[in-house]
Design a protein around this ligand. Structure first.
Ligand SMILES: Cc1cc2nc3c(=O)[nH]c(=O)nc-3n(C[C@H](O)[C@H](O)[C@H](O)COP(=O)(O)OP(=O)(O)OC[C@H]3O[C@@H](n4cnc5c(N)ncnc54)[C@H](O)[C@@H]3O)c2cc1C
Length: 402
């Protein structure tokens, strides 16, 4: 028995699921393959270790998909301001959403909330079949279709395969698409903490010589921290007892929010920059982390992936409405041309920041502190940076437009 789909999305993470939802209620028959059953229930008192800073553009996408209010009803944490400062000097920059007439810069949302909301929505859509657990064992791209074989023996043919299966994408490997990039020689330690001082709905980031330390405000008054540091230091931070960790965290954060008074479980993720030059081939497209993985210092990774999904969805819908082949290379190239430049630019800027703030060379340190203060003082420049960080600039897909 061979199943036929118009489109198969491999990977139902935040990006793959949002692509599926954006193509819901079309005449396209869509299969979504996911290797790991997602988490669907949890203790309401706990916070997910993994959270994402979600931009206004991503919020817009969720609104258009009809799921934003569902997320809000579960739990989202708005932030109105952002304060960034350098441990190696006096330079600092303060962003305030009020300066651009907005009431917030973005929201911190637990990954499991985003994931479950998308999945719940996806499973109500009649044209989508969610197949989980499922993993590819082979993929063969032919002129008219791609033939997929699953590990459980199931055979599938499809007009288009979308790899949304993350940084270690199997689809990318089976398609023979090479990656470029490098390890940052850093790990990001994440945890949920309570501080003695109020976070004031502000996202805080201190640049330390070994990497940035972010405190992202949560609606229960706590913060989700992302501490990028050397692998050895990260491992030591995971190994130390809770009291020693809270003390070291308080010091590293210069007691900006007072003492750390409570701390949940900790975990660490290795950081690398990775990208592909080829987003599309005949009958194949890559989106999200499968195409680009960036440093989390400005919380842009999943936001870029959601824009990829929205752009690809728009390209496919336009092609489908005109009766064109959605898996044809020249159609898919429209998506690649649309997203690759923007993704490379954001990746380059984040990489530049990481290097600039990681340098302890004295003149570099002075210049970056001067730069921070100067940017802080020039409102038009600062406002443009804010609009970019909120995802409100550039050639946005229809789903993401305000
Ligand atoms: C510490 C940290 C903090 C971050 N903070 C932010 C932030 O604040 N804001 C932000 O925008 N980004 C942030 N990011 C980046 C963000 O987490 C990623 O960009 C995002 O998760 C990528 O989503 P994705 O759906 O493309 O891939 P993934 O989240 O990796 O999802 C891939 C999915 O595919 C499935 N899969 C994998 N292989 C297969 C296979 N062979 N077959 C079938 N299914 C498969 C997986 O089970 C998974 O469900 C952060 C990253 C880190 C490490």
């Amino acid at each position: 028995m061979t199943d036929h789909f118009d489109l198969v999305i491999v990977g139902a993470g935040m990006v793959g699921s949002s692509l599926a939802c954006s193509l819901g209620n079309t005449s396209l028959r869509i299969g979504v393959l996911e290797a790991h059953p997602p988490q669907l229930a949890w203790d309401e008192d706990s916070y997910d270790l993994r959270v994402s800073a979600i931009t206004a553009a991503s919020q817009q996408i969720f609104m258009r998909l009809g799921i934003w209010e569902v997320m809000v009803a579960q739990r989202v944490s708005p932030f109105r301001e952002m304060f960034v400062w350098d441990a190696g000097g006096d330079g600092a920059i303060h962003f305030d959403s009020a300066d651009i007439g907005e009431d917030r810069l973005g929201h911190i949302i637990e990954n499991r909330v985003i994931q479950k909301t998308l999945l719940d929505r996806m499973t109500t859509l009649g044209n989508i079949e969610f197949i989980c657990p499922a993993r590819l064992s082979s993929m063969e791209i032919n002129t008219d279709a791609a033939d997929l074989q699953l590990e459980d023996g199931r055979q599938i043919t499809t007009r288009l395969v979308v790899g949304a299966d993350g940084g270690n994408s199997q689809v990318r490997q089976l398609a023979g698409i090479e990656t470029r990039g490098w390890s940052y020689d850093q790990k990001a330690v994440v945890a949920t903490v309570m501080t003695s001082g109020s976070h004031r709905e502000t996202a805080w980031q201190r640049f330390l010589p070994e990497g940035p330390l972010a405190f992202l405000p949560l609606s229960n008054g706590g913060c989700s921290i992302v501490w990028s540091t050397s692998p050895a230091h990260a491992d030591a931070l995971l190994d130390m007892d809770e009291h020693a960790f809270m003390l070291e965290l308080t010091q590293a954060f210069d007691s900006k929010l007072g003492q750390i008074v409570e701390c949940g479980p900790r975990a660490a993720f290795p950081l690398r920059l990775q990208y592909v030059n080829t987003y599309v081939k005949d009958r194949l497209a890559l989106i999200g982390d499968a195409a680009h993985t960036i440093h989390p210092l400005a919380g842009q990774g999943v936001n870029l992936g959601l824009l990829d999904a929205a752009a690809l969805s728009e390209v496919l819908c336009n092609a489908f409405e005109k009766g064109r082949d959605i898996g044809a290379f020249h159609i898919l190239r429209c998506y690649e041309r649309w997203r690759k430049g923007d993704n490379l630019m954001v990746m380059g800027v984040m990489d530049g920041f990481k290097r600039l703030f990681g340098s302890s060379i004295d003149p570099v340190r002075r210049i970056r502190n001067f730069g921070l203060d100067l940017t802080n003082a020039v409102m038009p420049v600062k406002n443009q940076i804010m609009l970019h960080a909120m995802g409100l600039k550039g050639d946005l897909p229809r789903l993401a437009r305000p």
